[in-house]
Design a protein around this ligand. Structure first.
Ligand code: KIV
Length: 269
């Protein structure tokens, strides 16, 4: 394997060296290539795909087939970055045999380098079984969007002592089960800092303050391409919705006012 290729063990080495890990979500070939060329470490094919690309209200409708198709496209573009495939809702909760089969499909059929799944102690057995099969697993605790109905919305987690303890225990259980990293989503910064200091595996924060080992952002949020809801912690690096809208309007006007295509550019003058 190429030395510069990012792998699950390289993320552990980055934590040991104190180097921050950059993660962005990706859903297609162009995004995979852009992530590779920009030097981002991890392309996460998140099931946020369901919301920002497929237009669903939550991530629950995303299927294995959706994930395989989009992850394969990302993997065709991202040759250097580690490609992590989210396991969709109900692909790992029913039983560990199903979970292993589905994790295997994501690796075999989409070319991912690791899988990610949500939950703590209740998925520890599943994580262990997948890891034993040689598949690197990234965990995900805190606000786990597949449990949005149980939380009563996309709400911050771990605000009271009992909940904070539950999240600490979950993160620890994932490390014990063999996960190589864990996403901490929408939890207080102090809690994320404590978990990051306690775990030997890297923590990847999103809405969890500045003290995690790495950070993940939904690409559509940081590029201003999803206007339904932008979390307050997101820094917008571009407003592609607005510039795309302006380009589309200019094209519409050009076509209707006979400015496009230009006669000379068609060679038919
Ligand atoms: O689906 C996703 O994009 C995610 C990230 C927000 C961590 O799980």
């Amino acid at each position: 394997m190429d030395k510069s290729k990012i792998t699950a063990p390289s993320l552990l080495e980055m934590k040991t060296r104190g180097e921050k890990i950059s993660v962005l979500t990706a859903y297609d070939y162009a995004w995979g290539r852009l992530i590779d060329e920009s030097g981002i470490d991890v392309a996460l094919v998140g099931d946020s795909l369901g919301m920002v690309v497929l237009g669903y209200e939550t991530t629950l409708m995303v299927t294995m087939e959706d994930m395989i198709r989009h992850c394969a496209a990302v993997a065709r573009g991202a040759k250097r970055a580690l490609v992590v495939a989210d396991m969709p809702f109900m692909s790992y909760q029913v039983n560990s045999d199903d979970a292993l089969r589905n994790a295997g499909r994501l690796m075999q059929e989409s070319g991912a380098g690791a899988v990610k799944l949500e939950g703590g102690g209740q998925v520890a057995d599943v994580v262990g079984k997948i890891v034993d099969a040689g598949i690197p697993v990234m965990g995900h605790v805190g606000l786990t969007p597949q449990s949005v109905h149980q939380f009563g919305g996309f709400k911050m987690q771990g605000k009271d002592a009992q909940n904070a303890d539950r999240i600490r225990i979950e993160a620890d259980a994932l490390q014990q089960a063999g996960a190589f990293a864990v996403v901490l989503e929408a939890i207080p910064a102090q809690l994320a800092k404590e978990i990051t200091q306690t775990l030997t595996i890297p923590t990847i924060g999103i809405g969890a303050g500045p003290d995690c080992d790495g950070f993940v952002t939904v690409t559509h949020d940081m590029l201003g391409m999803y206007d339904k809801f932008v979390p307050s912690f997101v820094k917008q690096y571009a407003n592609l919705w607005q510039s795309t809208l302006e380009a589309f309007k200019a094209y519409d006007a050009d076509v209707k006012q006979l400015r496009y295509p230009e006669r000379k550019s068609t060679g038919q003058q």
